[in-house]
Design a protein around this ligand. Structure first.
Ligand code: AMP
Ligand code: GLY
Length: 440
């Protein structure tokens, strides 16, 4: 039989495979399923929540080794998958999008050369400098002694960053040279982040509010998604260690239309152009983490995928067909995309395991989600959940759930999300009650 070599036509039903297991993947699947063109939807491996949206299949996007890639590829062929969505950064940086490319199949997510913008902070810094993208002044070190004498001689505070991927925990914000030396030791001597931290970026510590700006990019065109504000620190009032993200609200009033076009012009477009000049076609999501300083917006980092938990409020507010938009991204025709937004505010509060972002226990039975979602404006997306042998929903990760609520004002959305969290129980559960308070 002749192999199908053309991509599906623009009206065919599409079977979708979403790779990853977080709240982001649950939210993307929830939204993709609403598309008229979405036929079957699979999650590899998914979590306790995704099996309500589609079918969980035992596929592993990590590590990106031949065995796993072959299994995913075989699954796609057997199940006529037309769209593969790669959620997390690790497989993208390790080249999974490159390896899954096949005729008749769209892969949403950048190739490894493009994902390097996230996976290698020292590369990202060089690109930003070369393209005059506003960012903190920085230096990259591979030698501990040189890094140490540099931070000791600095009079202003610095941030020490593991250059590689570190699950959002690899940026250590310091106030004194002693703290900076301790941070360097954690990365370069104690190797807390493994090989990912043996190269460090030391940069000036900036002051300001942080925002997340995500855009779909089809190699050439950008389609900006509404701005949001993440809360990375574990403690209320933005204290304590960095996490993968403890809550987000969207849209944020910190970014008006004028600022969004400045960010598009000064940050996102130059980044895509710089990639293009190096013959790298950036396709997927480009996410700029920015600090709004007195001197204008400055780029803290680029991510090359949807944010978590930014995606959860974005999906709750998105109107239009995400599947069409993803296919358009892959086909380089985003200029025709039509997505719009529910005008209401969404607040997403992450419920975490006791001890996170440090060590935590798993296997705690989760109760109360049905009660929490009795309000039609509340959704609970699962991140670290699974089912135990008795078929009870239990915790399986640090960030367990993202509880999202829509309302006319941020204050109401926060109150609704907090009230929904209060209905959900598992041993050790905690969450920040102040998501969004910074701008209220
Ligand atoms: P990153 O992984 O680079 O986004 O950094 C994680 C977090 O560290 C950011 O969300 C900020 O809260 C903080 N951070 C990173 N870089 C800086 C900087 N140059 N100045 C102040 N805070 C920073
Ligand atoms: N919310 C931060 C991230 O996805 O990296």
């Amino acid at each position: 039989m002749a192999k199908k070599t053309t991509p599906p036509s623009r009206t065919d039903p599409v079977n979708v495979l979403i790779l990853g297991s977080g709240g982001r993947e649950h939210a993307l699947g929830w939204k993709l399923k609403q598309s008229k063109r979405c036929a079957k939807i699979y999650f590899g491996p998914g979590n306790g929540g995704t099996r309500e949206v589609g079918t969980n299949v035992p596929l592993n996007p990590m590590p990106v080794i031949t065995k796993n890639v072959d299994e995913i590829d075989r699954f796609c062929r057997q199940n006529k998958i037309g769209l593969v969505v790669i959620g997390p950064e690790d497989p993208l940086c390790a080249g999974l999008a490159d390896r899954l490319a096949a005729p008749g199949r769209h892969v949403f997510g950048p190739v490894a050369d493009a994902a390097r913008l996230e996976g290698d902070k020292s590369f990202a810094k060089e690109l930003m400098k070369a393209a005059s993208i506003p960012t903190a002044d920085s230096r990259t070190f591979t030698n501990y002694e040189m890094a140490e004498s540099y931070v000791k001689a600095r009079e202003t505070p610095v941030v020490v960053k593991a250059a590689g991927l570190a699950k959002g925990k690899g940026a250590i914000v310091t106030s004194t040279p002693d703290e900076a030396v301790a941070a360097l030791r954690r990365c370069m001597v104690d190797k807390e982040f493994g090989d990912e931290g043996t190269t460090v970026v030391v940069e000036e510590r900036l002051v300001g509010q942080e925002v997340s700006i995500l855009a779909l990019v089809d190699g050439r065109n950008l389609f900006l998604l509404d701005p949001s504000q993440d809360h990375k620190q574990a403690g209320e009032g933005d204290t304590g260690p960095n996490t993968g993200g403890m809550g987000v609200y969207c849209p944020t009033p910190l970014v008006d239309d004028k600022l969004i076009s400045t960010i598009q012009r000064e940050v996102l477009v130059p980044a895509v152009d710089a990639m293009k000049r190096s013959d790298i076609d950036f396709k997927g999501v480009l996410y700029a983490g920015l600090m709004l300083t007195a001197g204008g917006p400055k780029t803290l980092e680029f991510n090359t995928r949807f944010g978590d938990p930014e995606t959860q409020p974005l999906m709750m507010r998105m109107k239009g067909d995400l599947l069409e938009a993803m296919v358009a991204t892959c086909e380089g025709r985003l200029d025709g995309a039509s997505l719009s937004w529910d005008p209401r505010v969404c607040c997403a509060v992450v419920m975490a395991s006791g001890g996170y972002p440090g060590a935590y226990e798993t296997g705690k039975v989760i109760r109360g989600i049905d009660d929490a979602v009795s309000d039609p404006d509340v959704q609970v997306f699962h991140a670290g959940t699974t089912f135990n042998k008795s078929n009870e929903l239990v915790t399986s990760g640090g960030r367990v759930l993202a509880v999202c609520a829509l309302a006319d004002t941020l204050k109401e959305a926060q109150a609704k999300a907090n009230a929904a969290c209060a209905k959900i129980h598992f041993e050790g559960a905690w969450f920040r009650r102040d998501i969004g308070s910074r701008v209220m």
